[in-house]
Design a protein around this ligand. Structure first.
Ligand code: GCB
Length: 581
């Protein structure tokens, strides 16, 4: 699905602003900002902890000058399910909270008329959604205390009350989290574009269209000089001595394919870069690439998970400040604006589906696979042309060691699907949790092994010497597997401002010592292709005995102030980048 564009043939009317909102149908309408999560917009636990339906409403007028055009609404993300009503009539239902969808307005509303737009949002999560949630009071880090009569009765009551908690460690921010736009194109239009670049300068492409017209393509360099042309909907054009798209600290050079089809036109940017794996090396443009950058969340005060371009810019500038070159979109697809920014800024992305919270053995009986496959395909369709995206992640930390054969049978077809569906055939991974790695069949089978480990934090807590001993023992086991490996999460909760000369857990000194200890183990191993600390910044989670005002493993606080560990990584990663230059 193409990203909305305003140009000589297409228009956009951004519907962002203050809409009307209510949590229950019998309530009076209140005011709400769109796009943003609703949860933190009012100091009211009913907003914060709401589980169920909620309703948004706004009105807009379709300009008369759009008569004769194809007119549609484009929702970038409504979390998690959306039912869209146009003038009181149901026009669309969309399942899944982090990917875009369009609602065709032709036949439903006339240019020149005012439209009443209502969106019914469902934020409930359970065993049939991605991410996974639980009905009742058992959260990610909650304790079950099974067998205690009174606790069991309490849990039953919570179930009756409809308490709905995440099976994952981030707050279930909900609502219209990304922009809603009224868009138009000519009736005959460009439906999709696929670009597959090669370092040789040969660029394979396909333009999909609807209606009648001829396709013409001009390929522009960064100075908007034409460097190639094509006149058929599918084929190969050639750029002589192309500038490559290189990750930071290289130059992320971007070209633009300016496509016309009848009256329609669209500009698609792309980078010339290749990605492949060779033994223990992950290669970008045939050069070994070392992933170093913290994982992220879409999370901030006020906006929750809502799009905030200023925050995204600030974060990417902090990545540059750190000398970081990548992040993973833990644990769901991010807003499209972030990928466009990373294309420009040379920050590499590991792009993840919202498959998180798949802990339970029973998971493999829940038949999520068809829906998961659909989401994976939509993710690839959305992000396939971004040079910054170099790996697909099928999901985060599922149960893969308890029922290794079932896990293999669930995940392997998704792995194959990602390869078959991606025109650029990027490497695929599944992020593994700390588990009985000797039993695991699927994680070691991925193109590149992403493994999350918390030696010294969740286990062997605070004893860094023993943590290093144990981690080295595990690394010895992986050493002959012949695959590149990325430590895709490791970290320690740290309260900014808590200091201790003898580093103990939760202090800033401990966080630094923890990273120094684990990094020393990584530095000895040639098959380690990267380190991705957990997390870039502190972030909000649901309440629980393990979380003091959220997850505190950030290198930065939630308002983006560096902890000591941020300074430590800044030194380490700039030194690495100097060597790589
Ligand atoms: C993990 C999860 C991540 C959590 C993190 C933690 O393994 O992948 O979502 O936030 O650990 O801090 O516990």
């Amino acid at each position: 699905m193409l990203y909305p564009q305003s140009n000589a043939s297409r228009t956009i009317q951004d519907l962002s602003g203050i809409w009307s909102f209510r949590l229950r149908q019998e309530d009076a309408w209140e005011s709400i900002a769109v796009p943003a999560s609703y949860n933190d917009q009012k100091p009211d636990p009913a907003y914060r902890n709401h589980a169920g339906l909620s309703w948004y409403r706004t009105t807009f007028t379709i300009p008369s000058l759009l008569r004769g055009q194809r007119i549609f609404l484009r929702f970038d993300a409504v979390t998690h399910n959306a039912r869209v009503m146009i003038n009181g009539k149901e026009a669309a239902f969309h399942r899944g909270g982090y990917l875009p969808f369009e609602v065709d307005l032709n036949g439903l509303a006339e240019p020149g008329s005012m439209v009443c737009l209502e969106v019914e949002v469902d934020n409930r999560i359970n065993h049939s959604t991605l991410p996974i949630g639980t009905e009742g009071g058992t959260a990610f880090f909650g304790s079950d205390n099974p067998g205690i009569t009174a606790v069991e009765a309490g849990k039953r009551l919570q179930q009756e009350k409809g308490i709905n908690l995440p099976a994952f460690d981030f707050f279930n921010y909900a609502g219209i989290n990304r922009p809603v736009r009224l868009c138009s194109t000519p009736k005959s239009y460009i439906r999709d574009i696929t670009i597959v670049p090669h370092m040789s300068g040969d660029i394979d492409y396909t333009v999909e269209t609807s209606g009648t017209g001829n396709v013409h393509i001009d390929v522009l360099d960064a100075n908007r000089q034409c460097v190639a042309k094509a006149d058929v909907p599918q084929g190969t054009f050639h750029i002589d001595q192309p500038h490559l798209w290189e990750p930071w600290p290289g130059i992320p050079y971007l070209y633009t394919a300016r496509i016309t089809f009848g009256e329609d036109c669209f500009e698609q940017s792309f980078g010339v870069r290749e990605v492949r794996i060779d033994g223990i090396h992950f290669l970008i443009n045939e050069k070994p690439f070392h992933f170093h950058g913290p994982c992220k969340h879409e999370d901030s005060p006020f906006h929750g998970r809502g799009l905030d371009q200023c925050l995204n810019m600030t974060d990417i500038n902090l990545y540059h400040w750190l000398g970081a070159n990548c992040f993973r979109t833990s644990h769901y697809p991010y807003a499209e604006e972030m990928y466009a920014l990373c294309d420009r800024e040379g920050i590499v992305i590991v792009d993840e589906t919202p498959a998180v919270g798949m802990w339970a053995d029973e998971h493999y009986g829940w038949d999520l696979a068809p829906y998961h496959a659909e989401i994976l395909k939509s993710l690839i369709d959305r992000d396939k042309n971004h040079p910054c995206v170099v790996v697909w992640s099928l999901g985060n930390e599922p149960n893969t060691d308890q029922l290794p054969d079932k896990a293999y049978d669930y995940w392997h077809p998704l792995y194959e699907l990602a390869h078959a569906h991606d025109p650029q055939n990027r490497p695929v991974t599944l992020v593994g949790c700390q588990n009985i790695y000797e039993r695991d069949k699927i994680i070691p089978d991925m193109d590149i092994v992403f493994f999350n480990r918390y030696y010294g934090w969740y286990n062997l807590s605070g004893d860094l010497e023993t943590a290093a001993y144990a981690f080295r023992m595990e690394l010895d086991w992986w050493a002959d597997k012949g695959k590149p490996m990325v430590l895709s999460e490791y970290g320690a909760d740290t309260i900014a401002g808590l200091h201790n000369a003898a580093p103990d857990m939760f202090s800033e000194e401990f966080q630094v010592e923890y990273y120094k200890t684990i990094n020393a183990c990584l530095d000895e191993r040639p098959f380690i292709a990267g380190e991705m600390p957990w997390n870039f910044a502190d972030f909000s989670t649901c309440q629980g005995p393990m979380r003091v005002g959220g997850n505190r493993k950030g290198l930065f606080t939630r308002d983006r102030r560096p902890k000591m560990a941020a300074h430590y990584f800044r030194e380490r990663w700039h030194t690495m980048a100097e060597k790589e230059r």
